[in-house]
Design a protein. Sequence first.
Length: 378
Amino acid sequence: MSTADSGSSFRLTRTQWLICSIAAIGFAFDIYELLMLPLIIKPAMETLRTPFVEQLVADGMPRPDAIALYLPGGAEYVSWVRTLFFIPALVGGVFGLLGGWLTDRLGRRRVLTFSILLYAVGALMAGFSKSLMFLLFCRCLVFIGVCVEFVAAVAWLAELFPNHIQREKVLGWTQAFSSVGGMLVAAMNYLAGTYAESLPAISGVHEAWRYTLISGFIPALPLLVIRPFLPESPEWQRKKDSGLLKRPSIGELFSPALRKTTLMTTIVFAASYGLAFGAIQQLPQILGAKAIGTPKESGHPEIIAAAKAEVGDPEDTNKDSGKPAYSGKQKGAAANVSDKIVAGVTSWQEIGGLIGRALLAVLTVIIISRRSLLRIFQ
């Protein structure tokens, strides 16, 4: 290794650069995948609700009432949004708890590679969803991959850089790419909304949300190229070959020596992640234009006005009321406009997150101790 033991030098070997690159890509697309659903949930619901609406109509419910259930604020809409946010996170969390066991048993490189491929393929499949249940299944695959990948990447990097100063720098720099992932998904959603009509049709239509989902396959491409050149963790390999690889009991985290630290860090992380991602993931739903031209119309006034200006006057007539109504094509165009504007807001949000990470790193490493920093944020 070309880095001095003191950690003062930060030069990396080619192998270390490759591993750090894969880890950074993985961390970036972790957030890319997490922030994808808030950007696409409304247009996806508008498309995938059709079988449910038709079944309700066939059972005798008036079509306007059936559609209203699946509009933002409707009972079924709220239920499905909660399901799509909560169930994949729960499934991913369960598999994330198994991530340490999997990486010990199968190796850091193998688990990291498989987990990235899993969430990339899950995202690709999600773009071709024809039902909400299939979208839910694909999002579960994505979250399993994301949660396991995080565990494998941290373990791999920690063993690759045994010097604690160097290890902290590497983990800090690679995890900073999480905010880059947030900016990338916002940019991709904007591009999908801009060029949707120029892209190949999926199920006969050009819907920006599908192309945004499919873009989650991107991290698999560099991985397939770099994978043959990536070594296994030398520390893991040494312990495995010598028979010293032993999985510690999770009960040790709650031993008298570690119980307080375990409980406090769990509470702090749960509260901070819940607050941060809860607020971040709801922003696109609050701002985006919904059900334009109907009594259920909602969203930010400027976004609604921009969407209406783009599509022009209604081209159809409502079958029940006889009033002018937007055609399906106009609704799709309005949704794409809304997606572009919301994506722009999200990108600025993530730029703020990246700046915040940099400032936090400066505070932690250069200015004050970690203990003092925790007191500040308390």
